[in-house]
Design a protein around this ligand. Structure first.
Ligand SMILES: Nc1nc2c(c(=O)[nH]1)N[C@H]1C(S)=C(S)[C@@H](COP(=O)(O)OP(=O)(O)OC[C@H]3O[C@@H](n4cnc5c(N)ncnc54)[C@H](O)[C@@H]3O)O[C@H]1N2
Ligand code: MOO
Length: 405
C-alpha cells in the first residue's frame, strides 16, 4: 500500500464517510441492552407524562370548604375513591391519582384535626399535584434521534412507556500493540520500554463510543506472522481494530504488508500531520457479513498514536454509530505556536477558564504523554503556525465514555 499524505481535515472526513457507509442497520433492543448505544430514531412519549393527575405530596385531597370529613384513602398504585360531596376528604399518598371531585390537595403537615376527627387546614395557593401531560403529551418528541442512550434517556424511555428502543449498538473494537522492545508491566530499563498504549487503548476506544472487551492488549512481537495472526483473530470479532507500532518503513514495520495479505484497501494512507504522519485507515472486506471491518494502524510513538486515534478512529466510530464527527471549536491562542512545514500540527492544550483562550501544553513531543495528560483538547495548528492572540481550531479530547471525536 502506498499513498500521498492526506490533509488532516480531509482525513477526518474520509474516515467518517467510511464509517457512515458501513453503519449497521438499527436494531430494536430491550432497554437493558441499550445503555451507550445511539438512538436511531426520535424517542416519543408513548403516553401523556404524567399519564394522570398525580398527587405530589402525602396529605389530604379535599372538596369544598373545611373542615373535611374523611371518606376514604388513596394509596399510590390504587384507584382512589371519588369525592362526591363538599366537606369531604380522602387521605392521599404521593404518586396516587388525585381523586375525582377534589378541589385541592393539602400537605399532611399543613393540616390538623378538629375535636370530631375532621381535617382542618387551608388549601394551598399552588396546586399540590402534577397535572396530566404537564411534561409531555403522548406522541411528543422527548429526545431527538442520533444521540447517546444515557441512563437518563433509558429512564425517560421507561417513563414514556417503552420496553425496547431502536438503536445502533456501539461497534466492537480491539487494540493490538506491537513492539519487541515493550514490556507490559513493571518499569522501563536497559533496552526495554514500558508499553504506554495497551493500558490506554480500551479507555480511548470507549470514549470514542466503541466497546473494547477486557483484558487490555499486551505487547506482541514485531514479526510478519504475529501481525497477520493477531489481525486475523481480532478482525473475526471486532468491527474496528486499532494497532500500534510498525507503521513506518523500518525493517520491523510490518503492518502494511500484513494488511495487504488480508486484502485490505486503504481509505486514508498517511496524513499530513505531526505527530502521527504514518497513520493508516484500511477497510477489510469479506471478514464478516454486513459490511467491511476496519483497521486503524497507529504509529508507535505514544502521542502520535493518540493523534491517530482522534484523527481516524474517532470519526470512523462516530460514522459507524450514525453520528456526525465531533466538531472542532475555534479559539484564540494565548502564545505563538510554530507550524510544521506542509503539515497540520496537533498540540495538546488547555483552555484558560478566565479568557477562554487555548494554552499550548509543555512536553508535547511525539513520544511524550505528559502534556496530553494535562490537556483538554488538541490545538490544530496550520502549516504557517499561529501568532499569539491569533485563532486556531481546537478538537476537544473525548473525556467521558461515548463522547466521540
Ligand atoms: N525512516 C523513517 N523513520 C521514521 C518515520 C519515517 O517516515 N521514516 N516516521 C517516524 C514517525 S513520524 C513515527 S510516528 C514513527 C512511527 O513508528 P512506527 O509506527 O513504525 O512505530 P515503532 O517504530 O514501532 O515505534 C516508534 C517509537 O515508539 C515507541 N513505541 C512503540 N510502541 C510503544 C508503546 N506501546 N508504548 C510506548 N512506546 C512505544 C517505540 O519504542 C519507538 O521509540 O516512526 C518514525 N520513524
Ligand atoms: O508521527 Mo511522528 O510522531 O510525527 O514522530
Amino acid at each position: 500500500m502506498s499513498g500521498v499524505s492526506v490533509d488532516w481535515h480531509r482525513a477526518r472526513e474520509l474516515a467518517h464517510a467510511a464509517g457512515a457507509a458501513a453503519a449497521r442497520p438499527a436494531r430494536r433492543l430491550p432497554l437493558a441492552g441499550c445503555d451507550g448505544a445511539t438512538l436511531a430514531e426520535a424517542l416519543c412519549a408513548g403516553t401523556d407524562l404524567p399519564a394522570f393527575r398525580t398527587c405530589a405530596v402525602d396529605g389530604w385531597a379535599v372538596r369544598g370548604a373545611g373542615p373535611w370529613r374523611v371518606v376514604g384513602r388513596a394509596a399510590a398504585g390504587s384507584a382512589p375513591p371519588p369525592l362526591e360531596a363538599d366537606g369531604t376528604a380522602v387521605a392521599v399518598a404521593t404518586g396516587a391519582p388525585v381523586p375525582r371531585g377534589a378541589a385541592a390537595v393539602l400537605r399532611a403537615e399543613d393540616t390538623g384535626r378538629a375535636g370530631d376527627g375532621r381535617i382542618t387546614g387551608r388549601p394551598p395557593v399552588r396546586a399540590q399535584w402534577r397535572e396530566r401531560a404537564e411534561e409531555a403529551s403522548a406522541g411528543d418528541v422527548l429526545v431527538p434521534g442520533g444521540v447517546d442512550v444515557t441512563p437518563a434517556v433509558l429512564g425517560l424511555a421507561a417513563a414514556g412507556g417503552h420496553d425496547t428502543l431502536p438503536v445502533r449498538v456501539a461497534p466492537a473494537a480491539r487494540g493490538l500493540v506491537f513492539g519487541d522492545e515493550l514490556v507490559g508491566r513493571g518499569p522501563a530499563g536497559g533496552h526495554l520500554l514500558r508499553d504506554a498504549l495497551g493500558p490506554a487503548l480500551p479507555g480511548w476506544l470507549a470514549r470514542l463510543g466503541a466497546r473494547h472487551a477486557a483484558p487490555p492488549p499486551q505487547p506482541l512481537p514485531d514479526t510478519p506472522g504475529a501481525h497477520r495472526a493477531a489481525l486475523r483473530a481480532a478482525l473475526a470479532e471486532a468491527d474496528v481494530v486499532c494497532t500500534t507500532g510498525g507503521t513506518a518503513d523500518g525493517p520491523a514495520d510490518h503492518v502494511r504488508a500484513a494488511l495487504a495479505t488480508l486484502g485490505a484497501a486503504p481509505v486514508v494512507d498517511r496524513v499530513a500531520v505531526r505527530p502521527g504522519h504514518p497513520m493508516l485507515l484500511a477497510a477489510v472486506p469479506g471478514v464478516a457479513a454486513g459490511g467491511p471491518r476496519f483497521v486503524v494502524a497507529l504509529p508507535g510513538n505514544p502521542l502520535a498514536a493518540v493523534a491517530g486515534l482522534l484523527t481516524l478512529a474517532g470519526p470512523l466510530v462516530s460514522g459507524l454509530r450514525g453520528r456526525p464527527p465531533a466538531p472542532c471549536g475555534n479559539l484564540a491562542v494565548d502564545s505563538a505556536v510554530a507550524g510544521a512545514a506542509g503539515r497540520t500540527r496537533l498540540v495538546p492544550a488547555t483552555v484558560d477558564p478566565a479568557t477562554g483562550a487555548a494554552r499550548p501544553a509543555a512536553h508535547t513531543g511525539p513520544a511524550m504523554l505528559r502534556g496530553l495528560a494535562a490537556a483538554t483538547g488538541l490545538l490544530v495548528v496550520p502549516p504557517g503556525g499561529v501568532a499569539a492572540g491569533g485563532r486556531a481550531d481546537f478538537l476537544p479530547l473525548p473525556l467521558w465514555p461515548g463522547a466521540g471525536a
